[in-house]
Ligand binder design. Structure first.
Ligand code: PPE
Length: 306
């Protein structure tokens, strides 16, 4: 699915036309995958203004990802935040997706990129429902992938490192080729970890369960949904669980910036609950969308208007 190009891209401190935002063939990250990125969404609010959801959290995670893989982003965090808002404004995007990307440029080749410059790009584009509009309402069909999720001591899980997404792409391709919508990945011990680009929750007897952060990305949507659930008096536990516990859950859903809050109606051809969006999922999803669209005063602090 090709994206719709916007007019300008922010690159190393300047806004330039989209088509001029290109990289040389010896760009280090292109060869070895050592770069970090973020995925952020901006939404049009009910009062006509637009806001970025959880801007500070995402920007901080970008810098933490960089620290984990030992890249130094040559701009202070608040400048990056301002650049994100500026890029949305110049492209007149009232809502959309924001992709900050820090990557190593030309210089040394080989596995010791000592002095290669670190570049920072901010790209924005309109992006609809990642797993389909229908998926948001009816739920999606997921399948456990044969590819295992990263081990913390192999390539780590807390950083959104470019190259680590090869693992996600292999899993996503594998299951979509078989006709499913999304992959569920197990950790190296066989417990449920996360989707190719989403965190996972199950609901059983009214209690929400999600894998602990030890083997998954610390999703910002995950944290937002946990906060919403607790505010509603729903018990949330962060505990490992197996695929058979997943099969026998009453409800299940995925969270992510791109995927937002998408119900899972089937896993490995087994219906979850009654195979529709469950009541707890629906409540959380409704409040999540209210929050991102500025309809919930309580969560206004998660929005940065631009
Ligand atoms: N796990 C993984 C592996 C992951 O990539 C994401 C985000 C999440 C969990 C959820 O994190 P958060 O967005 O903070 O709630 N995946 C991004 C990449 C999607 C893409 O196709 O590119 C995203 O949702 O933006």
């Amino acid at each position: 699915m090709a994206i719709e190009r916007t007019e300008q891209v922010w690159l190393d401190g300047k806004l330039i036309p989209f088509d001029q935002a290109t990289v040389p063939i010896l760009t280090h990250t292109l060869h070895y995958g050592l770069g970090v990125f973020e995925g952020i969404r901006a939404y049009e609010c009910d009062d006509g203004r637009s806001a970025v959801f959880q801007l500070r959290e995402h920007t901080e995670r970008l810098y933490q990802s960089a620290l984990i893989v030992d890249i130094e982003i040559p701009f202070p965090l608040d400048e990056t935040e301002r650049a994100i808002l500026q890029t949305l404004r110049v492209n007149r995007l009232s809502e959309g997706y924001i992709r900050p990307l820090a990557f190593l440029g030309e210089g040394a080749m080989g596995l010791l990129p000592a002095d290669n410059p670190v570049h920072l790009a901010i790209i924005t584009w309109p992006w609809g429902a990642y797993l389909g509009e229908e998926g948001l309402e009816q739920g999606i069909r997921a399948k456990v992938s044969s590819y295992t999720r990263h081990h913390p001591n192999v390539s780590m899980t807390k950083s959104k490192t470019c190259g680590e997404y090869v693992n996600s792409i292999l899993a996503k391709r594998e299951v979509t080729r078989l006709g499913y919508d999304e992959a569920v990945m197990l950790d190296t011990q066989g417990f449920v970890a996360e989707g190719s680009g989403e965190n996972i929750f199950i609901v059983r007897r009214g209690v929400l369960k999600t894998p602990p952060l030890s083997s998954v990305l610390a999703g910002i949507t995950r944290a937002s949904v946990i906060a919403i659930a607790r505010d509603k008096g729903i018990e949330v536990v962060e505990q490992t669980f197996t695929r058979d516990e997943f099969y026998t859950a009453d409800e299940a859903f995925m969270t992510g910036t791109a995927a937002e809050l998408t119900p899972i109606r089937e896993l490995d051809d087994r219906k979850i609950g009654d195979g529709t969006r469950g009541p707890v999922t629906k409540t959380l999803q409704t409040t999540f969308f209210d929050a991102v669209h500025g309809r919930e005063r309580k969560y206004e602090g998660w929005l940065t208007y631009y």
